[in-house]
Design a protein around this ligand. Structure first.
Ligand code: ARG
Length: 547
């Protein structure tokens, strides 16, 4: 498939051919200025020491955009105004309407992309921090899949470690059926085990011995460990499903998967001189970091870093990933920088593979501090969803939360303000859902009257043109998000689209118009509905038919 480029990029290319630099097209500030404006003549004039209007005149004489736009106009000190031809806009908008992908074009070189998310730990409930990795990772999964890439989600679940010694002992002491525990019950058991460990030296001793049994593969211990992991997996899956994120049982690829690889990974690092013993621990010193990365601790236990290194080898060699994305809290930035650097030095991460940490900020409460429950505990994800569902239906509550989570630059913290998030006006998820339902309502009425919906042919009104122009940009925005992994560009595009729709709907009667004008306007409504539905779906948000 040939990549379709949007009207602004076509125009920009023609300008750049003549001017030699990017014209930096900006949307026109008023309809009388056309659709776009460029200050390229002013910039060139400055660097060449010439008169800006004269430079603008020269550019206007040489740039050939006659097939796309009306004759270029020079304004004020030397701005160039561009007005697209209505028939060109109409044809492009019509293409968006009739294309099942609504203008999304499959990547010319499809990639295999591993996304590491949400990766919670066994015997702990998902908390508010896991909300973000789930929501963001899911949006990446959807966007990249829509662009034709093969996405392999991997839940790098924390399913191994010394804590299982005391967990198994506690299970045996209490004679509970580990397989049947809910996540909340597992977490409570974890807390009891910890207290027990701290208060009772005999128990602590048994727990330590149990760790050795687990590591040596003692069948009874392994069975109990497995039961705990399995119950956690089921519990996590329930929350994932409640969130509507696309991670299934097959995508769980916990840390324990790498148990057999760890000795090899560490040995290789040591032989290559990349890792060295420091105070009894095997460490990698990476330039620019105050603390070394520990791959094996003093007791001989393998750390978090060792598992991540082993995972990179698997992802590169077996999964043959072109891109590996880690959607993890910003507080783990140093960890990933060190892991990537080490993997490169060890030759496990070739230059042809992009490993990237996508850091995100913290969810804050009304007091601007990390969100807590009323008694000061960490808010569980389920409790947040419960709270949101007291404000709105599950569909709308989820839209509110996901949109808020995705609509700022990811690295920023944001305040979890339910009352604002569920509003159906302003820059919110429910507002977009509402715009979608409104389009649907118009279309239903049109169908009941037997009116023709489309084709989009005549675009005389500025508000129609504005909406059409927005519609034609969808594909490029999605492609951009696939590259930059900045979902807020998609949320702000959809918000602008909904705003353009609202402006159009105010100024242009749809059902009360006639003939080609009515068919065009209904076509615009239909294309808007489809792009909103498709765009919301890429964010993991449901687009209701009625609201
Ligand atoms: N289990 C970790 C946590 O709950 C997150 C793991 C992130 N992924 C990774 N490959 N290190 O914080």
């Amino acid at each position: 498939m040939v990549a379709m480029s949007s009207l602004p990029s076509k125009l920009s290319a023609r300008f750049a051919d003549v001017a030699g630099v990017d014209p930096e097209l900006r949307p026109a500030t008023k309809p009388q200025f056309g659709h776009f404006q460029s200050n390229v003549a002013l910039r060139l004039a400055k660097s060449e020491g010439q008169n800006p209007r004269a430079v603008a005149q020269r550019l206007v004489d040489e740039i050939d955009v006659a097939d796309l736009a009306e004759p270029l106009e020079i304004a004020g000190p030397g701005f160039i105004n561009i007005r697209l031809k209505p028939e060109v806009l109409a044809a492009e908008a019509e293409q968006v309407r009739t294309d099942p992908a609504n203008g999304i074009v499959a990547a010319e070189q499809p990639q295999t992309v591993v996304i590491d998310y949400p990766s919670a730990n066994v015997a702990k409930q998902m908390h508010v921090g896991h909300l973000r990795t789930s929501v963001i990772g899911d949006a990446f999964n959807r966007v990249l899949t829509a662009l034709g890439h093969t996405v392999v989600p991997q839940d790098h679940m924390g399913d191994w470690g010394r804590q299982f010694g005391m967990l198994v002992e506690q299970v045996l002491d209490e004679k509970v059926d580990a397989a049947s525990l809910s996540l909340a019950e597992s977490e409570a058991l974890y807390k009891r085990a910890q207290a027990h460990f701290n208060d009772d030296p005999a128990f602590a001793d048994r727990a330590r011995k149990r760790v050795v049994l687990l590591q040596s593969g003692d069948p009874e211990t392994i069975k109990l460990w497995q039961a705990m992991v399995e119950s956690s997996r089921q519990g996590l899956l329930k929350t994932y499903q409640r969130l509507g994120i696309k991670v299934g049982l097959d995508d769980f690829d916990g840390e324990s998967r790498y148990n057999d690889d760890l000795p090899k990974v560490v040995e290789e690092l040591e032989t290559d001189g990349i890792a060295v013993i420091d105070q009894g621990a095997l460490c990698v010193f990476v330039d620019g970091f105050a603390a070394p990365m520990i791959v094996r601790n003093r007791e001989g236990g393998f750390g978090y870093a060792a598992t991540d290194l082993a995972a990179i080898r698997l992802r590169v060699n077996e999964i043959q990933a072109d891109r590996i994305l880690y959607v993890v809290d910003v507080r783990q930035s140093d960890h990933f920088a060190q892991v990537f650097d080490t993997a490169k030095r060890a030759g496990w991460l070739p230059d042809s593979v992009e490993a990237r940490h996508i850091p995100f900020g913290t969810v804050l409460g009304a007091d601007n501090k990390p969100l807590k429950t009323r008694d000061g505990g960490t808010a569980t994800l389920d409790s947040l969803l419960d709270a949101a569902e007291t404000e709105a239906s599950p569909e709308i509550a989820l839209a509110a939360i996901k949109y808020a989570d995705l609509s700022n630059s990811l690295i920023k913290d944001y305040v979890f303000d339910l009352e604002r998030m569920v509003r159906t006006s302003g820059d919110t998820g429910p507002y977009l859902q509402y715009a979608h339902a409104r389009c649907n309502q118009v279309l239903r009425k049109a169908q009941a009257e037997g009116y023709a919906i489309g084709p989009i042919t005549v675009l005389d009104e500025p508000a129609e043109q504005q909406l059409a122009l927005k519609l034609t940009q969808f594909g490029e925005v999605v492609a951009e998000v696939g590259q930059s992994l900045a979902p807020h560009k998609l949320t702000s595009y959809l918000y602008d689209l909904a705003e353009s729709f609202s402006g159009f709907y105010e100024k242009c009667p749809v059902l009360k118009s006639e003939g080609e004008v009515r068919a065009t306007r209904l076509g615009l409504v239909q294309a808007t509905k489809e792009v909103l539905a498709q765009g919301l779906d890429l964010l993991g948000i449901v687009a209701p038919e009625r609201m």
